[in-house]
Design a protein around this ligand. Structure first.
Ligand code: URA
Length: 440
C-alpha cells in the first residue's frame, strides 16, 4: 500500500477499507508515514468525513496502536466515564468516590486541561502530594485494594491518538466529528472499560455549540462503543454557563469536597448524581426498569452519610496526597488577591458565559494554551449566580482569585462581558438535553 493512494482516495471522497485505515494508523504510529502525509490525510478526512464503518475502524486501529489495559483480573465488569470537556467540570472528583462507595470499583485515567477546557489531573494536582503518574502495576494494585484509582493516561495507551491529536491541533483539523469520536473512544476502549458513560457538553463553553451537533457526536461514540461490545450511555448536558460555581483547580477541588459533604451548588449536585447513577446501574448490570432510580436513591444515601467523602479521602491518601487538605480545604493552594464583581443592575440573569469565564481563568493562569505551559493551582473565578436567578443591583456576581495584579485586570475585562441581566424573568437552563442509550 502507498500513503499517497490512501490520501488521494479520501481526498476524492471514497470509502477506505479496514486494511487501508489500519495500515495508515500503524505507519503513522511507527513513524514510517511522515507528519506531512498524515496532515494531508487528516484534512481529507476533515473535508470528506468518514462512514460509521470507517470511524469504527479508525477507533479500533488507534486503540490497538499501543498497550491495552486489562482490568478483568481486578474488576470483573469495569465502568468508566468521560466528559467531552467543559468549564467548572469537577464531576469526576465527586462521581468516582460515590460510585466506588456504592461498591462498584472504578479505575479511571483522566487528562489535563487544554485551552478553555479544564482537566481532572490538574485539579487533583492542586492537592499537595497527589501523584497522578502511576505504573500499570500500581494502578491495578490500588483498584484491587481500595476499589478506586484516578491517575493520568500513560503514553503507551493509544499512542496513535496522541500523535494525531498533536497534529490536528496545528492543522485546523480538530473539529471533525469522526476524528473527535475516534480520538475519545480509542482511549476509552484501550483503558479497559466494559461500560462507558459519556457526558457530552453543549454550549458556549463546549466543543459543540448546538444540541444537534452534540447529539450527532454522542450517537457516533455510542455506536462505536456498541460495535466494540461495550455498554454505552451518553448524556447531552448544558455547558453554556459554568457547572457549579468554581472554575480553577484548587477552587474546584474545594467545591467537590463541599458537594461530597452534602452541600455544594444544586446544579453540580444534580449533575453528579445523574452521571453517578448511570455508572452505578451499568456497573451493577441492573437492567430492571427501576435500576436508575434505585441507583439514585443509594447514591443520595451515600452522599448524606459521608461515605463518598470518606472514599475521596481514601483515594487521596492512597495516591500520596495530603488528606488534611480534604478535611480542611483552606490548606489547598490559595490566591493572594480577591476581587468581587457586582451586578451593574438588578433583574434576571440571562447569560453567564462559560467561555468568557474560562477565558478569565486562563488570563489568571489557571489553564494552559500549550501542553507544556505551567499552571497556577490557586487562581480562578467563582460565579455566584445562574441563568434565571433574580438579582439586585450591586449583588456579588463573580469573585476573582488572582496572584498577579495585571492578570486580575485582564480577567476582570473578560468577566465584564460575561453577564447579561434583563428586565423580564428567564427560565433556568436545563441540566441535560437528552440521554442516548446503546443497545442493552
Ligand atoms: N478530546 C479528545 O480526547 N479528543 C478530541 O479530539 C477532542 C476532545
Amino acid at each position: 500500500m502507498r500513503a499517497t493512494d490512501i490520501i488521494a482516495r479520501k481526498r476524492d471522497g471514497e470509502e477506505l477499507s479496514t486494511e487501508e485505515i489500519r495500515w495508515f494508523v500503524a505507519g503513522y504510529t511507527a513513524d514510517t508515514i511522515p507528519d506531512y502525509q498524515a496532515a494531508a490525510w487528516l484534512m481529507a478526512v476533515y473535508l470528506r468525513g468518514m462512514s460509521r464503518r470507517e470511524t469504527f475502524d479508525l477507533t479500533v486501529a488507534m486503540a490497538e496502536s499501543g498497550d491495552q489495559l486489562d482490568l478483568s483480573p481486578v474488576i470483573p465488569y469495569a465502568v468508566d466515564k468521560h466528559s467531552t470537556g467543559g468549564v467548572g467540570d469537577k464531576v469526576t472528583l465527586v462521581v468516582l468516590p460515590l460510585v466506588a462507595a456504592a461498591g462498584v470499583p472504578v479505575a479511571k485515567m483522566s487528562g489535563r486541561g487544554l485551552g478553555f477546557s479544564g482537566g481532572t489531573l490538574d485539579k487533583l494536582e492542586s492537592i499537595p502530594g497527589y501523584r497522578v503518574k502511576l505504573s500499570d502495576d500500581e494502578f491495578l494494585r490500588q483498584v484491587r485494594e481500595h476499589g478506586i484509582v484516578l491517575g493520568g493516561q500513560t503514553k503507551s495507551l493509544a499512542p496513535a491518538d496522541g500523535k494525531f491529536y498533536a497534529l490536528r491541533d496545528v492543522t485546523a483539523t480538530v473539529s471533525s466529528l469522526p476524528l473527535i469520536a475516534s480520538s475519545i473512544m480509542s482511549k476509552k476502549l484501550a483503558a479497559g472499560a466494559n461500560a462507558i458513560v459519556l457526558d457530552v457538553k453543549v454550549g458556549a463553553g463546549a466543543f459543540m455549540r448546538e444540541v444537534e451537533e452534540a447529539r450527532a457526536l454522542a450517537q457516533i461514540m455510542v455506536d462505536i462503543g456498541v460495535s466494540a461490545g461495550r455498554q454505552m450511555v451518553a448524556l447531552l448536558s448544558d455547558m453554556d454557563q459554568p457547572l457549579g460555581e468554581a472554575v480553577g483547580n484548587a477552587l474546584e477541588v474545594r467545591e467537590a469536597v463541599e458537594t461530597l459533604r452534602g452541600g455544594g451548588p444544586a446544579d453540580l449536585r444534580e449533575h453528579c448524581l445523574t452521571i453517578a447513577a448511570h455508572m452505578l446501574r451499568l456497573g451493577r448490570q441492573d437492567t430492571a426498569s427501576d435500576g436508575l432510580e434505585r441507583a439514585l436513591d443509594d447514591l443520595g444515601a451515600l452522599l448524606a452519610s459521608g461515605a463518598g467523602l470518606n472514599k475521596l479521602r481514601e483515594l487521596v491518601e492512597a495516591q500520596g496526597g495530603d488528606v488534611r487538605a480534604i478535611d480542611d480545604p483552606n490548606l489547598l493552594p490559595q490566591a493572594h488577591l480577591h476581587e468581587v464583581i457586582s451586578a451593574p443592575r438588578g433583574g434576571w440573569v440571562a447569560r453567564v458565559d462559560a467561555l468568557r469565564v474560562a477565558q478569565a481563568t486562563l488570563e489568571l493562569g489557571a489553564g494552559r494554551e500549550k501542553k507544556e505551559d505551567p499552571i497556577d493551582p490557586a487562581v480562578g473565578v467563582v460565579a455566584h449566580c445562574k441563568v434565571g436567578d433574580r438579582i439586585e443591583a450591586g449583588a456579588p456576581v463573580f469573585t476573582i482569585h488572582a496572584n498577579e495584579e495585571g492578570r486580575l485586570v485582564r480577567a476582570r475585562a473578560q468577566l465584564d462581558q460575561a453577564l447579561d441581566v434583563v428586565d423580564h424573568s428567564i427560565p433556568p437552563r436545563p441540566a441535560f438535553y437528552a440521554t442516548i442509550y446503546g443497545n442493552e
